[in-house]
Ligand binder design. Structure first.
Ligand code: LLP
Length: 409
């Protein structure tokens, strides 16, 4: 899939940059659909709940809905937006994180299954939404991720109900007349090594065990959700994970534990990054090139406000020039216009120094790119363009001065 974005030539990128201004995100529908097919093939028995936090561009959501996938929503507005884009209520799971009563009320009004991980939240939800359906997110002490900030289980994690509290959670559910319909876990994000795969599978097996224990007490559950986390390759020598081997082992274990298909809970998975990372690029224009000491600073109009992952996690994203120039390679630091020294897109890249006005393409930016963009320094979030069957369209326009400032026109 590394063909994209090189299937679009320099003239086309430059024309898009002239027409729409920079920076902008561009997504390719065919790469997105190819990744969806990978997941469906690898997990042939699972229902997919796309983690829309990774990318909630309307065109991306529409493409995901066309695949027949559902949604993992982590806020009432994510849930509301999914419903407004046509996802059906039964295919949207709300996973709460330290929810307030107001948040729980909003979720109850939407009629979704609420997946909660604190005794207090279950208790409060029971008062707010009598008889409603809930799931429990557990923490089985198995966590992993590409950076400590994205490990979502284990000692340092704020997520999940630890097993010592499970008994009390079941009592609260019973006392409040809630209906337990599923168990859930998500152990972390950016899982790419064999070790990560082993931890993920161990955690999933652990969740199957807990599900069987809970079913012995309360009767059959409708689903068991093993979360997402599958990694993709960001560097040329990194490979996107081979999902088939994850799916085979998981689904074999599921069938072994529940040989009677009619009593087997539905298997749910929640990939975010895997589906959308590779279909997206961030396109920026070089604004200022500056040489100082032994460094070449290549300043662009995109920065940490457009793509925060390099600044926040030290993440690597490939950067290429739309028009490759002749010349010697130098050590370039690609930075943005934000008033912080951490405003970096790429460090120490050996490349022919681009000229001011050149268009640069930051790759593998479809996941947690626009989704984490901000208006820091009162700069607009970029436009989002969607490329489908040879046609480009603006899926979401660049923010305006009025939107960024809240000032009336
Ligand atoms: N399910 C739940 C409950 C989650 O919290 C997440 C991600 C996912 C599914 C999807 O995980 P994925 O398949 O995308 O790895 N901003 C970070 C990633 C944070 C992930 C948070 N939770 C980054 O840019 O690397």
């Amino acid at each position: 899939m590394r063909d994209w974005p090189s299937t679009i030539d320099a003239e086309q990128w430059e024309a898009l940059a002239r027409t729409h201004g920079t920076p902008f995100y561009a997504y390719d529908a065919s790469v997105l659909h190819a990744r969806c097919s990978d997941v469906s093939r690898a997990f042939s028995q699972a229902e997919v709940r796309y983690a829309m936090k990774a990318n909630a561009c309307p065109a991306v959501l529409d493409a995901i809905r066309e695949e027949g996938f559902g949604i993992d929503a982590v806020s009432p507005w994510e849930a509301r937006y999914a419903l407004s884009r046509g996802f059906d209520r039964e295919s949207v799971l709300y996973t709460g994180n330290f929810p307030s009563d107001d948040e729980l009320r909003e979720v109850a009004a939407l009629g979704l299954v609420a997946n909660l991980d604190a005794l207090s939240a279950l208790d409060r939800y029971g008062v707010i939404a009598k008889g409603a359906r809930v799931a429990i997110r557990v923490d089985l002490e198995e966590g992993a991720g590409h950076h400590p900030h994205v490990v979502t289980a284990g000692d340092e994690s704020k997520f999940g109900l630890t097993l010592d509290a499970l008994d009390e959670a079941l009592q609260i559910i019973e006392r409040r007349g809630l209906r337990l319909v599923g168990l859930h876990q998500h152990i972390g994000s950016g899982l790419s090594t064999d070790e990560h795969r082993a931890v993920w599978l161990r955690a999933a097996m652990g969740l199957f065990d807990v599900t069987q224990r809970v079913e012995a007490r309360v009767g059959p559950l409708s689903f068991v959700d093993v979360g997402g986390g599958f990694g993709v390759g960001y560097r040329d020598d990194e490979r996107t994970v081979e999902l088939a081997s994850w799916g085979d082992e998981l689904e074999r274990a599921l069938v072994e534990r529940w040989p009677d298909a009619s009593r087997r809970p539905a298997l749910w998975i929640e990939p975010g990054r895997y589906l959308v990372a590779e279909c997206g690029v961030l396109v920026a224009r070089v604004s200022t090139v500056k040489r100082a000491r032994d460094r070449v600073w290549v300043g662009t109009d995109a920065g940490m406000h457009s793509l925060v992952r390099p600044a926040m996690y030290g993440s690597y994203h490939p950067v290429t020039a739309a028009r490759v120039r002749e010349g010697a390679r130098e050590r370039c630091f690609i930075v943005g216009p934000i008033c912080e020294s951490g405003d970096v897109l790429a460090e120490e890249r050996s490349m022919v120094v681009p000229r001011e006005g050149d268009v640069l393409i930051v790759g593998v930016a479809g996941a947690y790119g626009y989704a984490m963009a901000s208006t820091y320094n009162l700069r607009a979030r970029p436009a989002e363009l969607f490329y489908d069957r040879g046609e480009w369209r603006v899926a979401r326009p660049r923010e305006t001065y009025e939107r960024v400032t809240g000032e009336a026109t």
